[in-house]
Design a protein. Structure first.
Length: 338
């Protein structure tokens, strides 16, 4: 008899760390973790099994289907925004072809197991593409269907994969005589910039926020690559994990859409700098604007409207900006480097 588990791809990333710890601590399910790199030793004991492998390896995914009864797939593996711009074709292979592989796995598991597998997919505010600052300021908080015209490969990958999720859950093989309708339960969260105290930033275009803190804690100078007035939405990592689990738990009958915005606070880069300087008065934080990266951030909304998530599955952040920095980020990152 196959063992019932949840599958977490990209398990070694920022979200994976927090998700594995909380699922294990709350004894929600046994975990099979998958990542291209060796898993952080602190996570190994929390997993039923770790597999070092590639989501592009269909034989590996086939073995997973044969060995486990997978109830939920948390598909976290991706190539992040900045790296995706340097290697767009690689990003497409990882972010799109890898996702198709996992969606197909989910469909086949659903049909084999006789009930829909939940497919939890973290998307991003990178799916938005506002044309200019005047429009950006006028629009304010964007809803899920507005301005989905991304200017980055990462954003293009994410919005396409959201649509793939819709296809595989609602319309997969729709002309086939033996088609099984609704064979996959796809659920997507569009995250803002995420700030974690447990892991080092790894190339996201919104990473200027956490990079300020990590450099200050190490007594290293930091030149912020966006303007002081740059404003986008952010979220503390514990709230991101909470949102994923809340969406996974929600009854299908309460959900009216496949993709949901979530947000917490929306500071300027200068406001983040002020919080860091309050905690690390000797920190050397300056500005050296990278015009291309600035243009990408300026195409994202100042904030997003997350009313559907709040109304339909009880989303509400625990961390506003003050608590995120003073109770979570600053103490934890200080301890990390001490």
């Amino acid at each position: 008899m196959r063992e019932k588990v949840v599958l977490i791809t990209g398990a070694n990333g920022e979200i994976g760390h927090g998700l594995i710890k909380l699922i294990c601590e709350e004894e929600r399910s046994k975990i099979v973790a998958l990542d291209l790199k060796p898993l952080d030793p602190s996570l190994l004991m929390r997993c039923e099994r770790f597999i070092q492998g590639d989501i592009l390896d269909n034989m590996l995914l086939g073995r997973l289907m044969a060995e486990y009864e997978i109830s939920t797939i948390y598909h976290l593996a991706s190539l992040l925004s900045t790296k995706s711009e340097y290697t767009p074709e690689t990003a497409h292979r990882v972010n799109v072809e890898g996702t198709i592989n996992l969606l197909r796995l989910g469909v086949e598991l659903s049909q084999w197991q006789g009930e829909p597998v939940k497919f939890i997919y973290p998307s991003s505010i990178a799916v938005y593409g506002l044309p200019d600052m005047e429009t950006r300021n006028a629009e304010g908080k964007l809803k899920e269907y507005q301005w989905c015209s991304p200017i980055t490969m990462y954003g293009c990958n994410k919005i396409y994969c959201e649509n793939l999720g819709r296809y595989y859950s609602k319309h997969y093989r729709q002309l086939a005589k033996d088609r099984t309708p609704n064979s996959l339960d796809f659920r997507c969260i569009r995250f803002p910039g995420l700030i974690s105290a447990d892991t080092i930033p790894t190339g996201g275009t919104s990473d200027y926020g956490p990079e300020m803190i990590h450099h200050a804690a190490q007594h290293e100078p930091y030149a912020c690559f966006v303007r002081p007035d740059t404003q986008i939405s952010f979220m503390a990592m514990p709230d991101a994990i909470k949102a994923l689990l809340l969406l996974e738990e929600a009854p299908q009958s309460s959900l009216t859409q496949l993709s949901y915005n979530v947000t917490s606070f929306s500071p300027t880069a200068e406001q983040i700098r002020e919080y860091v300087l309050e905690a690390f008065p000797d920190a050397d934080i300056s500005y050296k604007v990278h015009e291309s990266r600035q243009a990408i951030v300026d195409s994202w909304p100042i904030d997003v409207n997350d009313a559907p998530a709040r109304r339909e599955w009880g989303w509400e952040p625990d961390y506003d900006m003050d608590r995120a920095f003073k109770e979570y980020l600053i103490p934890s990152i200080r301890k990390l480097y001490n």
